[in-house]
Design a protein. Structure first.
Length: 235
């Protein structure tokens, strides 16, 4: 079975819309860090889009305005710069930025289902190598729901294939540095669609591998693409 691949990138940039720039005058440096965006993720996702000719939905608006990878009502949906805004202002941010993105993803899922019996939704992210003073040993993280056999089997296969494509010193973890069942876009969509139709996978890459241009090396991107292709095309 050939799966239908859909790629998203929720934290692809650190842009702040003009109407809200005044709120972030003191956050220019923070916007450049992992708090503002997932460095390297959008470049990787775009490569995968081209390689697989897959539907691709992304955002370059900073998560500090509103986090597209959080559910409505989550305490981290808005950041410290937007949390204290009036409800009418926060509602407008959701109308302008949050809902359109989520609607695009859902619409693409609906369009893809008649084409394929099973959709693999790959959400591409990156993470800071240092957290709370501790170094994270993970190089690649696959986030998924271990309670859904289809996702578990897919990740077992992808981890095996990626391991073959990388030098032995690379550390690949399941559900690290975060849990795949934590609040997020894929978790929300799992609640809407059966496991037989929808696989929600988050790929996390350690930002320590970024080159001077702020991108992941071509060798790593090719390893991700090559290993993913074997999983998507064989099911």
């Amino acid at each position: 079975m050939i799966d239908r691949l859909i790629i998203t990138c929720e934290h692809g940039g650190a842009l702040i819309p003009d109407d809200y720039r005044g709120l972030f005058e003191s956050a220019n440096e923070i916007l450049k860090t992992h708090r503002g965006w997932d460095a390297g993720a959008l470049h990787l996702a775009r490569h995968l889009e081209t390689s697989f000719d897959a539907p691709f939905i992304f955002s370059e608006t900073s998560r500090l305005l509103v986090d597209l990878n959080r559910s409505l009502g989550h305490p981290q949906l808005f950041s410290e710069w937007t949390r204290s805004l009036a409800e009418i202002q926060k509602t407008q941010i959701l109308i302008d930025h949050y809902h359109p993105y989520h609607n695009q993803v859902r619409e693409q899922l609906n369009r893809s289902l008649p084409v394929s019996e099973r959709i693999v939704h790959l959400s591409v992210h990156s993470f800071t190598p240092l957290w709370n003073g501790k170094r994270r040993p993970t190089d690649f993280g696959f986030l998924f729901d271990p309670g859904r056999p289809s996702e578990r089997q897919f990740i077992d296969r992808w981890k095996q294939e990626l391991t073959r494509s990388l030098p032995s010193e690379f550390v690949i973890h399941r559900n690290r540095p975060y849990r795949g069942t934590s609040d997020g876009l894929t978790t929300m969509l799992r609640n809407e669609r059966p496991a037989s139709q929808y696989l929600g996978i988050e790929l996390e890459l350690n930002q320590k591998h970024l080159n001077r241009a702020g991108r992941f090396p071509r060798s790593l991107i090719q390893a991700v693409s090559k290993s993913l292709r074997k999983c998507v095309e064989t099911g």
